[in-house]
Ligand binder design. Structure first.
Ligand code: GLC
Length: 748
């Protein structure tokens, strides 16, 4: 396709390569990030994920050798050949990633005679799969390579041997390992090799494909239906370094308000003021901490966004104020679909200003979602984002504290939106095919920016659909799971992969959204779910109600125990948020992120870490009261009993229904909070530090947990060190907020 490399020219950090048949570019962004760009769709990059100029002044050499052009930074060597074949090496000369030379050779699936027979019978069978994508890149795969990332895809942690698609999809069926796509499109993955690691961010918003060695063990490929060939090769000496570089490019989760880390209760079906008041009373009666109630579509008037049903909620403002008095904040769902109804402000204004997507014939495009016939705001247009964001005042005036953006794949009940529906991309005409995967991203951006302007607090936005970089605006959940043990199991690799794909503030519907939960499943789900950054119980209308007190005393006590555990660990979660804002490292992490050389964790699907210090091995099997746990290198302590374990081994540990096995790494200094019914119940709480045997250090962060004052230095930072002698050293590294009234130290 490219032919021979005829010549090239260098303009600062960009090298333009003139091939016989095509022009291409290599762009050095940093020492360890190199962009590969072929302008097949637009002459310049267009990215929805990367904001601002990420190029850092980087020294590199460029030499022409016999058959290759060799570009070398301090950490990467990139050899560029004819046909735009590129191989990447680390600075020691180890080959990291080589373009695959040759055609795709899919594994054989049918014999010639079967294909012939099918033809005669009038059936069409795809003989081998593996058709070339319009835009395509094929890389060699080594036997030991493992592949992680790609956002919310179902199935195993290691994506090697599987294939996926990026096309944001709302699929109501129970999620299966075999699904190729779900709600989010995050075209980033990390390849961990026997020796070495690298990441690739394929910045293309069109429907995209990833075949990680399923069709042939010797290569993997990624590509799309359209757009540019535009990817970033990310080198680094470890998996965390790759994640840090990827989030340097696409952005990091900004520090959230502290209460958003508290427990949240939701149900599609809380339909009235009465229902919410009763709910609050129940939380109090059963003494379960709670920070937010979610208002699903039932609060609206005929499912019209930016309205509130006044029959079922006679005084929403008073209700929200009363709930807030009790520490419970309101989070309202806002879907993109605007009901077609003359006289409805959002519809009228949108029509007047030309804010809705159109059919190619120029008419506003109509499909069906919850309000019936609905139209789709064109969030790629900055004016539309501003308009939408401004209207959020309806909610802030009523006292709403957060927004839940749903159905923003965008979902549609009357068949999928055709690819040629006209949207815009920052002033340029675009199609649905181009904008589909960034629709939710742009909606979340509109919500984040509007909310920030209105409140000057850290916005709490939840989104279902995402693209790379959505972490800058929103937290997310994994969508409509079901009350199935398989879904509890699936949630672990799913959230771990989301985390290393930049999207760290995530959670699942605890107990399961669809179908009916069971007491045992709910217990095991809250035991694992209390470690998800977004900690919310949600279920669907028509399914068995799922509040924790509906399943008997034992379930209630277990549920309370883990909600209380979460509240105790809030300072740790908040520190992890701060770490994520500065390094991009996720809160929930697969073990392989920190122990990448340990082959025992490369395919470990049912354990995870919370930060570097806690290892959680939840029970995800019905009936299990023991489970096997693998502990990686080092010494570990059982969180509940403080029993010491040597790492690098498997153990069978006890896990009665009320026990989620949790292990703490030697040398950990774990920050904890006193019990509270909601964040801020105690205005000035003490800090509790649990110090585990061994040597270690820890940075603890403390601020007002609400606004942006910390960006002007209003925070405290403590550096804690332990040498195992019960003599904790506390140094203040930054002083800009207030000190704790008390610091209580427990030596374990
Ligand atoms: C979608 C959401 C779900 C919500 C429902 C009704 O299915 O994923 O969480 O409850 O719509 O709004």
């Amino acid at each position: 396709m490219y032919g021979a490399l005829l010549n090239y020219e260098q303009n600062k950090q960009t090298i333009t390569l003139h091939y016989e048949k095509q022009e291409a570019q290599i762009h050095v962004l940093t020492d360890s990030i190199i962009n590969v760009f072929v302008p097949l769709f637009t002459s310049e990059h267009y990215s929805k994920a990367i904001e601002g100029d990420k190029e850092l002044p980087t020294a590199f050499t460029l030499d022409k050798e016999q058959d290759a052009l060799i570009l070398a930074t301090d950490s990467l060597v990139c050899k560029i050949y004819d046909d735009f074949m590129i191989d990447f090496y680390d600075k020691e000369g180890t080959l990291l990633c080589a373009d695959y030379r040759g055609k795709r050779i899919p594994r054989k699936r049918f014999s010639e005679s079967l294909i012939e027979l099918a033809k005669q019978e009038g059936h069409t069978i795809d003989p081998n799969g593996g058709q070339d994508y319009a835009i395509q890149c094929i890389k060699q795969l080594d036997n030991a390579d493992c592949i992680y990332g790609l956002g919310d895809k179902t199935g195993t942690l290691n994506k090697r041997c599987y294939e996926y698609e990026n096309w944001n999809s709302d699929i109501p069926d129970p999620h299966e390992d075999s699904f190729k796509s779900l709600y989010k499109s995050i075209p980033f993955f990390i390849t961990l090799k026997e020796k070495g690691v690298y990441g690739i961010f394929y910045d293309n918003t069109f429907k995209s494909y990833f075949n990680f060695g399923k069709e042939n063990n010797g290569y993997y490929c990624f590509g799309s239906d359209d757009g540019n060939l535009d990817y970033y090769f990310i080198g680094g000496s470890s998996m965390p370094e790759i994640v840090t570089s990827y989030t340097y490019l696409t952005g990091r989760m900004p520090l959230p308000q502290k209460w958003t880390l508290g427990y949240q209760q939701s149900r599609w079906g809380y339909d009235s003021e009465k229902a919410f008041r009763e709910l609050a009373a129940k939380f109090k009666e059963h003494h379960i901490p709670c920070d937010a109630f979610h208002f699903d579509i039932d609060y609206m008037d005929h499912y019209k966004v930016f309205t509130w049903n006044e029959e079922r909620f006679t005084d929403a403002r008073a209700l929200l104020a009363d709930l807030k008095e009790q520490g419970i904040k309101a989070v309202t769902i806002i879907d993109p679909g605007v009901k077609v109804e003359k006289g409805f402000t959002m519809y009228d204004e949108g029509v007047e200003h030309d804010y809705f997507a159109k059919s190619p014939d120029g008419n506003i495009y109509v499909n069906v979602v919850w309000p019936g016939d609905s139209v789709y705001p064109d969030f790629g247009n900055p004016e539309v984002r501003k308009w939408w964001g401004g209207h959020l005042q309806f909610y802030t005036d009523l006292g709403v504290s957060g927004v839940w953006n749903d159905m923003n794949e965008p979902a549609s009940f009357h068949g999928p939106l055709p690819g040629d529906i006209v949207f815009t991309d920052e002033g340029k005409t675009a199609t649905h095919a181009q904008m589909h995967n960034v629709y939710g991203h742009n909606m979340a951006k509109a919500t984040y920016e509007g909310w920030k302007k209105l409140t000057n607090k850290r916005p709490f936005v939840i989104t279902r659909a995402c693209y790379s970089g959505s972490q800058k605006y929103a937290t997310a959940w994994t969508g409509d799971n079901q009350s199935l043990w398989t879904h509890l199991r699936m949630a672990i690799p799913q959230q771990c992969n989301l985390g290393i794909s930049g999207m760290t503030f995530i959670g699942t519907d605890i107990g399961g959204f669809g179908a009916d939960t069971t007491p045992e499943l709910l217990c095991r789900w809250v035991e694992a779910g209390c470690f998800s950054p977004l900690f919310r119980n949600h279920c669907a209308m028509g399914c068995m109600e799922q509040e924790p007190w509906l399943f008997g005393e034992e379930t209630l006590a277990i549920y309370r125990k883990y909600v209380e555990l979460r509240y105790a660990l809030l300072p740790y979660f908040y520190d992890l948020c701060r770490e994520c804002e500065t390094t991009g490292l996720p809160i929930m992490r697969p073990l392989v992120l920190h122990y990448e050389n340990d082959i025992n964790v490369r395919n470990l699907n049912d354990e995870f870490m919370v930060g570097k210090h806690l290892l959680v091995a939840p029970v995800v099997e019905q009936g299990a009261r023991k489970r096997m746990v693998y502990l990686p290198d080092g010494v570990w302590y059982d969180y509940w009993t403080h029993t010491e374990y040597k790492g690098g081994q498997y153990y069978i540990v006890d896990a009665p229904l009320d026990v989620c096995p949790i292990f703490v790494k030697e040398g950990t200094i774990l920050p904890k909070a006193p019990a509270q019914m909601y964040v801020g119940e105690i205005e000035d709480p003490a800090l509790i530090l649990e110090v585990y045997p061994g040597t270690g250090s820890y940075t603890h962060y403390y601020d007002n947990g609400v606004d942006f004052a910390y960006q002007n230095g209003e925070y405290q930072e403590y550096f804690l060190e332990t040498d195992g002698t019960k003599n904790l050293k506390i140094t203040k590294r930054h002083e800009g907020y207030r000190d704790y009234p008390d610091i209580v130290i427990h030596y374990i």
